[in-house]
Ligand binder design. Sequence first.
Ligand code: ADP
Ligand code: MG
Length: 787
Amino acid sequence: MLLEDYLDRCEKLLEKFLSGKVDTIELIQEIKRGAELLEPEELSANEGLKDYIGKFVSYYLPLASLPNERQHLRVKNGFTMINKLRGKFLLTSFDESTSAIPVKVSSLNFDIKYAKGVGERRAKILKKLGIETVKDLLWWLPRDYEDRRRIVPLSSIVADRKVTIRAKLQNFSVKKVKEYVIISAVVSDGFGQIILKWFNQEYITDRLIKEREYLITGIPKKTPFGPYEMNSPEIEEITGRVPREILPLYSLSAGISQKVMRKIVRKNITNVRLLKEFIPAEVIKERNLLPRHHAMYTVHFPKSLYELKESRRRLAYEELFLFEVAVLYNREKLKTTKGGISKSISGKLAERFIDSLNFVLTGDQMRAFEEIREDMKAPTPMNRLLQGDVGSGKTVVAELAIIDNFEAGYQSAMMVPTTVLATQQHQKLVKDLEPLGIKVELLVGSQKKSQQEEIKKRIAIGEVDVVVGTHALIQENVKFKDLGLVIIDEQHRFGVKQREALMNKGALVDTLVMTATPIPRTLALTAYGDLDISTITEMPPGRAPIRTMLISEKRLPELYAFIRDEVNHGHQAFFIYPLIEESEQMDLKAATDEAERLQKEVFPDIGVELLHGRMSDEEKNRIMHRFKNKEAMILVSTSVVEVGIDIPTATVMVIEHPERFGLAQLHQLRGRVGRSSLKSYCMLVLNSNISGEALDRLRKFAGTQNGFKLAEIDLSLRGPGEFMGTRQHGLPDFLVADIVKDSELLIMARNDAMELLKRDPNLEKHNRIIEEIKERFGENISLIEVG
Ligand code: ADP
Ligand code: MG
C-alpha cells in the first residue's frame, strides 16, 4: 500500500470512529494492519518515515484501555498527525532539489526556441500549440496524469476505471474502414490479455514492436466477449527500470510525443524559480498555500496525488484572488471616482404606500428595501442586484425604491425585456403610484412614432416621473431631465452594455438590477462581483406549495379532465411548448397546431388562446388582456414570452417536452402559477423515449421548489457558461479554477482580496498584483485608472 493511501484510509477510519461506525478494536487493528502493508521501497526512500509510522501506530495501540475522553482526544490529534505526515513525506522537498541549480535568465518571456531541448524544429511545433515562450510552457498544464506508482496486474483491472498496466505486445493490425484507420493490438502480462484500439492515429504503429514490453495507461471497457478493451490509451515502451512516479500527460499535436514533451518541460522546469510570489505572506500562511514556484513545479511533477491536489489548489486560489482583487478594486473606484448624489429621503411617502398595501411586507422585502435606501442616501452611486425567487415579491421593493427616489426629487426608469411585461408593469405602477402623485408613462417600440415623440418630450422636461419600457428606453434621443434611479428587471435577459447605456442617461444614477433566476452565491460573486447583493429568500405568507408531477403523455385525457375541472372553478391554465432557435419554424407550428387542436377537439366550450413571440405587440397585449379578464381560460404559449406574467388565478402549468428546458427556466415557468393561496400544479408531460438522464433531472426538479437549490443543481449539471446563457455572461476563462468545484476557495479569495484592499486601497504597495492581473486577464478585466 502507498503511504498516501494509508493516510487517507486512516483519516476515514478516524472519522468513522467519531461518528460511531467503527469501534476501538477495529480502529486499532486497521491502523496496525495498514502500516504492515506499507511498501519497504517507499519506507526506505523516505528518511525517518519508518519511525514516524511506528510512533503513529503505537499512539493508538493502548486506545482500548483509555477512558472515553482520552480516546477522543487521541483520535482528534490523529487528524493533525496525518496532515503533518502528508506535509513531511508527500511533498517534494522542493527547495533542496532546485535551489542548487542556477538560472541564467531573468525573465520567463524568452522565445521557446532558446529553451533547453527545443531548437528550431520543435519550437515550430510548440508554437502551433500556442507555446511561444518558456512562460507559456510552464503554463501548459497537464491535462491528466499517469500514476506509475501503481501498476496494476491485468488480472485485477476494473471496467471504467483508469489504470496503468505493464504488458508485452503480442500482435497488432492496421485496418482501413471507409475513412477510418483502425489500429488494434493485443497485449498480455502473462496472466491476462487486453485489446488496445486507436482510430486515425497511424503514427502509433511506429512505436509498436512485437514482443517488446510497454507501459499502457487508459480506461478499460467491458466488451460482450473476450478481454477488456482500451480506446486510445497512452503507450510507452519500457527501456530500463521504471521509476515509480506520477507523470504528466499533456495535450499535444502531431510531431511531438509525451516522452519528448515531458523531457522538455523537465529540462526547463527549474525556471519556476523566476516566478515571483505576489500573494501576501499572511494569506499564504493563513490559507496554507504552497509557494508559487513549488506549485508550478509540482503541478507538472507531483510526488503524490496529495501534492497534486495542493498545487492545483494554490494555482486556482491565485487566479481567483487576482480576479477578486480586480473586481473589488474596480467596484471601489467606481464609487469613489464617479461620485453620486446623497439623496434626502424622509420616508413619509414610502410609509404611506406601505400602509396602503393589502399585505404586510416580508422581513426579506423590508431588509432589501432598507439596503436600497441606505445606498440611495449614501454619497456614492448604488450598484445593487436584487435577487429573489419567482413570486417572492420583488416588484413592490422596486416600487418603494421609485417612491424614495421621487421624494428626493428625481426621475426613475424601469427597463424590462418584453413589451408584454412592460405593459403589465406599467399598469401596475400606474395603479400603485399615481395615487401618491407620481406620474408614470410607458415607452415601447410598438407605440406610434408621434406618441413616442410626445412621451419623450415630457420625459425631457420632467413631466414624467417614472417611465417603464423595453430597450426603447436606451435609444439615443431619450433624454431625462433628472434621472436618479435605473431599475432593470429580469436582468439576465440584458447584456452589460444595455445596462450601462441606460445608466449613462443620468449623471450619477443609482442602479438596481433585479433577477428572478437565483444565482448560486459563488457565481453571483464572479459574474456580478461588482454589484452589492440583496436577496429575498422568504416567500410571501399563505402560498400553497405547487405540486409538480411527471406524467406520461398516454395520460393526457386524464389531465384534460382535470383542467376542465379547474376551469369550472374559475381557475386558469397554461400550456407551454419549447421554442428552440434552430427549429423555430417547426416548434412554432407545434404550438400553433396544438392550440388549434385543444380549442377544437378538447376544450370546444372553453376559450383557448395562443401567444407567441412572433406576434405583434398589440396582438400580444390583446391576448394577455383577454386571459387576465378570463375571456380565455387556457393560454398556449412558447417559452419566449414567459417571464414575469402575474395571473393569480392561474393554477395549472402544463409543460410539454420539459427535457428541452434548463432547470432554471422550468422553475421560471412553474412560477407563473401558485401566485395566490389557490392550490396549484405543474405538470411535466413526458413521452416514452425520454432518456434516463433527462428523467433524473426532471425528478430532481419535481423534488424541490427552492429556486436556489435548483440553481445549484443546474449549475453543477451544465457549468457556468451554459447556466448564465451563452450571450454575455461576463465571466473570465480560468485556467485552473472551477467556480463550481472551487466555490469555497472563491469565498476565501474574495475575503482576502477585501482585506488587502482595506489595507491598501490603491494597491500602491502591491504593484506586482497589478501586473499579474494585467498578465492573467489582459483585455478581459482592466483596472480603472485613478487620476
Ligand atoms: P416577482 O418577485 O416574481 O417579480 P412579484 O413582485 O410579481 O414577484 O409578486 C408576486 C405576487 O406576490 C404579486 O401578486 C404581489 O402583489 C404579491 N406579493 C408581493 N409581496 C407580498 C407580500 N409581502 N405578501 C403577500 N403578497 C405579496
Ligand atoms: Mg417580476
